[in-house]
Write a protein that binds this ligand. Sequence first.
Ligand SMILES: [Zn+2]
Length: 599
Amino acid sequence: MQATHYQVAALDPNAHLFEVRCTIDDPDPQGQRYRLAAWIPGSYLIREFARQFVHVRAESAGAAVAITKEAKDVWRAAPAAAALTVIAQVYAYDLSVRTAYFDRTRAYFNGTSLFLLPEGRDGAPCTVELLRPDGDDFVEWRVATTLASDGATPHGFGRYKAADYDELIDHPVEMSDFALAAFAAGGVRHEIAISGRHHADLERLARDLARICQWQIDLFGGAPSSRPPFDRYLFQITAVGDGYGGLEHRSSTSLMCRRDELPVRGRSEISDGYLHLLGLASHEYFHSWNVKRIKPSVFMPYDLAREAYTRQLWAFEGITSYYDDLALVRSGVIDDAQYLELLGRAISQVLRTPGRHRQSIGDSSFDAWIKFYRQDENSPNAIVSYYAKGSLVALALDLALRSAGRTSLDDVMRALWRRHGSAGVGVPEDAIESIVGELAGADMRAFFARYVHGTDDPPLDDLLAAFGIDWHLRAASGAGDRGGKPSSSAAPACWFGARVAKDLTLQHVFTGSPAQRAGLAARDVLVAIDGVRASAESVDALATTRGAGERISVHAFRRDELFAVDVELASAPLDTCYLAPKLDAPGTAAALRQAWLHG
Ligand SMILES: [Zn+2]
């Protein structure tokens, strides 16, 4: 099949416009149809990227060709006898890892936002010519992408290529004066390109990522001679004042982080922010195996025109979320105490979500398109995160398998890699459950029925006890308490039951809480408590200065109407977990823990 040729020109940084050309030599004589993706793999929401196409025209042999829309994401050009080019101007000003962005500081795009697919050419090879923007602002710009070169020099503008459309759109492109670092893992060159203003210690970041990546390569390939399933890898990082996000690709990832999460030169401790960034990078890297290659059958191939339903996102995101932090301790980047702190926070996050009693992680996976990705004020009461609870189910599964002594989740992942990922075979909806049962030599259906397809909490307190780890629950000590070790502030005595923003707007009112029972609702704005003007501090102080059973008078606005209710405060829920190694754990428990965290 003849190639599809694309050209990307960053047209106008002030109008945030790319001009994208798509040329084919042998258009459909009946009139060529073109389609644009409605979603991007890894982010399960219909985003309708065609919304940002501001102008589309077509030409052939130097003359204009009529092109009309047939659907929100479909165009048809009139029949043309010679090569046909469609020229689209695309608005790109979304600072996220999922779409496209262009201003004087950087240009970035995912192919799903820019590249029309000529109908019937999914399998055709593609070329892409990237043009340097005109002007003095752009002379220092380089290109960071893992698209294969088709003549472009390393980090240069020019021609790149892909074997087919699916490969083309799985290599996001960064164009800016990014900082660059490199390291080797598994015998493969890995690069880190950081755009945005920052003063990061790139050597330290490279050193830590090298250990994390090497551990993951060894997990799937078996040390010491294993290689990852790609020839090179790129961490594209955008540093911003406030922002967070990551999206996985087959040989790269796009990450967005706060610049204060990057490691600082001359410092050796791991800040919470840096730990967060390492966890994110580790997460996306693990996806190189788990979801980019080991993937649900329904993603092979992706249908980017409509939702692709699977009940397995808990495995592809939850298991990945389990391993992202586990890789930090297994690779020696953090110690056991730091890992248990992270685990305590992950458990607390789930315990504070009443929606886990309403929705299973299997159902959360299925409905990701309309629920997890479209959260609203009632989401904590109605849904559960297949990431957060999924990671706890993965932990429970790993601990249960290890306790039984025959296998571990590591073996399950290696079996998935051998049978599905490296074999290019999709994972059917029931495959993980049967592989686990086979390796465990036990019937694991009850485990999956209760914790994946049902809403039970996995029995982590018992499972962790067998590994010599004590499970403690306590009340949260304030809005900023994320879980883990108890802070020194006073123990809270009572519970109001709403998440309140700094401007005193109620964001979430939790199921069964005193606030909900009194009739308060999300978007109400607090005015006064017991006749005194409310403040963020006075709301936070309720937990420690009042007691369960006390009644408080609350004035609030709903829309523009003032009202008053009495709220009877309740006991503070024990929804905050911290974990600690048991000092007098028997040798068998200590050995299990050692094999789990350092095996
Ligand atoms: Zn993920």
